[in-house]
Write a protein that binds this ligand. Structure first.
Ligand code: X8Z
Ligand code: ZN
Length: 600
């Protein structure tokens, strides 16, 4: 995730602290609005850093004291933020230039969590948020004296092929989340109260309002995009289910067409790359094993980050500042609890950008490093915008940039940087496409269902009495993935996924998985590439880089449709690039699936 919206919200809150006469709505002028905005921006720039440094310390050293400090910081900002958003309402009824209106709207609606306008409730909400995130970050599964953290349990899920061992690790991580259930429920009530005070129906409605289109149109847009990808996902799910049944047998798999969630190589069944060997095309030849290449060439965490930086600079971006290298966290410390979920930080909204990651020396984390650096390069590129615009064109853009770059980690690129000597013949590409589909296509319905659940939780369609049942209904429906054993309302499986206790909206990742292919296609075209999309790398290409940089520098200053126009000559998000990219795999999958009873 990126540590921007929280900080922005936080510092906006601090800005409200400054003496500012709330103009009465009938007397306000454009000049008042101008003055208000200027004051907000000045204060933001000044105060954001304090909150960011507290959040950084809390996430890097999870202790009783840092959680306490973190809660205080969230509390203070929350209270002020609400006042601040309310002040902005005073300008609702006057005519303003579009740019000023846009900045005021960001002040009123650009947050993910709105505290109620009540000191006690705000303090309680802040405490809950700090605790939830610490519970996740410090979470461990203990069998007697033997305790395992998420990294260790995830390794078992990725590597073991023993159904019982997999189930133990899967259940083990889910012992961490039941403790979150009551406070999560309380959080929902408090956050909704805050959102309603700001004029939104509930917190989900506030989230949906941030996409430069009528909030009610946004879910329709998501359905449209999902409809473009679903046939490919269905083909992949059917093939993977069949192959896993060959390996694990019907006793483990059942025969309802769904895949038990512990068998897909990832703790949340959101990325299936780790089961490649079980589902790969027999005639695919060998695929490039980047993890092995990294080891062979003595890549450590720092060299992986340096290499990723090298991709961005090859496009024309400036190298990362010296402080990035001295202040980032690359390795999991042995002696303390750290929030290991990868994140990118913009501490001072200028040059102090960092990542925090517990890097494993493998392909998965090599890609994630590109993902995180995408955030950092975006943050630095828009640093000359108004502080209110130092953000992605929409949150999907922010999540898509690094992934777009990572789509260019092709065999040709690996040769360019000296990891392989020869590019394998393209007749081997089927395996490569399968691996990529297990990573990217498997994710798409997962990326969608998380907020389908949360939106229903926030609007009351899923009550606290059926948090877990509602979660699994959606996982069944969208992914064709099922719980491996009985789940009850004593469990709280949503809490075992970082972004639920962290309250990070998740639709951004669904969008990013569409956008990155669309961006990839457009940048490859700018680079003059002709050929199959999966073979295109924009490494070193300044024409592609120029387009990308233009979008990054815009930040959130224009509606995302304008940014889309810069990169794609179109104002729409579109998944046809996904379909094009995987076309040869889709043909192959449909051939394999002939005669199989697909669907669930
Ligand atoms: O949370 C992340 C990034 C940080 S913004 C590592 N991602 C989602 C996840 O891990 O669930 C990237 C892909 C989806
Ligand atoms: Zn991210």
């Amino acid at each position: 995730m990126i540590k921007k919206s929280v900080l922005l919200a936080a510092s906006m809150a601090l800005a409200a602290c400054q003496p500012h006469q709330k103009p009465s709505s009938d007397a306000v002028t454009v000049a008042d609005a101008e003055q208000f905005l200027a004051q907000v921006e000045t204060t933001l720039i000044k105060d954001a850093e304090y909150a960011a440094r507290i959040a950084w310390v809390q996430a890097n050293f999870i202790t009783e004291d840092t959680v306490w400090l973190g809660a205080k910081s969230i509390e203070k900002m929350g209270a002020l933020q609400v006042k601040f958003a309310n002040q902005a309402k005073a300008f609702d009824d006057i005519e303003l230039p579009a740019d000023m209106r846009r900045r005021l709207n960001i002040i009123k609606g650009g947050m993910t969590l709105a505290a109620p306008n009540d000191a006690d409730k705000n303090a309680r909400l802040a405490q809950i948020m700090a605790n939830l995130s610490a519970t996740y970050g410090a979470g461990k599964y203990c069998q007697g004296e033997d305790c395992q953290n998420l990294g260790q349990l995830s390794k078992t899920i990725a590597e073991s092929r023993d159904a019982d061992e997999l189930l133990n690790a899967w259940n083990g991580w889910r012992t961490v989340s039941p403790a979150m259930r009551d406070s999560y429920q309380e959080m929902v009530t408090l956050a909704n109260e805050g959102a309603r005070e700001l004029g939104f129906d509930d917190t989900g409605a506030m989230w949906r309002a941030g996409y430069d289109m009528p909030a009610n149109d946004f879910p329709v847009e998501l359905d449209r995009l999902w409809g473009q990808v679903k046939p490919l996902y269905d083909s992949l799910q059917c093939h993977v289910r069949t192959k896993l049944t060959d390996h694990y047998g019907e006793a483990v798999m059942g025969n309802d067409g769904m895949i038990p969630a512990h068998l897909l190589g990832n703790m949340w069944a959101q990325d299936w790359t780790a089961v490649y060997d079980l589902v790969k095309p027999q005639d695919a030849g060998s695929t490039i094993d980047v993890t092995a290449l990294l080891a062979e060439h003595d890549y450590d965490a720092e060299k992986m980050v340096k290499t990723a930086e090298g991709f961005f600079t090859s496009l024309g971006l400036d190298p990362l500042p010296e402080t990035f290298w001295t202040r980032s966290l690359f390795l999991k410390p042995r002696d303390r609890d750290v929030q290991c979920h990868a994140s990118a930080w913009d501490i001072d909204n200028e040059e102090d950008i960092r990542i925090k990651m517990c890097i494993k020396e493998d392909y998965e984390d090599f890609v994630t490093i590109h993902h995180e650096l995408g955030h950092n390069f975006y943050q630095r590129a828009y640093k000359d915008q108004s502080i209110l615009y130092r953000n992605g064109a929409n949150d999907g853009f922010h999540e898509a940039i690094g992934d777009t770059v990572a789509l260019s980690i092709t065999p040709q690129y690996l040769k360019d940087i000296g990891l392989i000597d020869e590019v394998p013949a393209s007749s081997n590409d089927l395996g490569m496409l399968m691996k990529k589909a297990l990573e990217k296509i498997a994710f798409v319905p997962f990326g969608l269902m998380i907020d389908q659940w949360r939106w229903k939780v926030f609007n009351g369609e899923i009550s606290a009495e059926e948090y877990n049942a509602g979660w699994w209904r959606l996982r069944n429906q969208y992914q064709g993935v099922k719980a491996p054993n009985e789940r009850t309302e004593d469990h709280f499986d949503p809490g075992a996924k970082y972004h639920i206790p962290g309250n990070t909206p998740y639709t951004r990742y669904f969008l990013a998985h569409i956008l990155q292919f669309q961006f990839h296609r457009e940048l490859c075209e700018a680079a003059g590439f002709e050929g199959d999309l999966h073979q295109c790398s924009i490494y070193g290409n300044k024409a592609a880089g120029e387009k990308l940089i233009k979008v990054l520098e815009m930040g959130a200053s224009q509606p995302w449709q304008d940014a889309m126009e810069v990169v794609a000559n179109s104002r729409d998000m579109d998944a046809t690039a996904v379909v094009d990219y995987f076309a040869p795999l889709k043909t192959w999958l449909d051939e394999q699936n002939k005669g199989r009873d697909c669907g669930w």
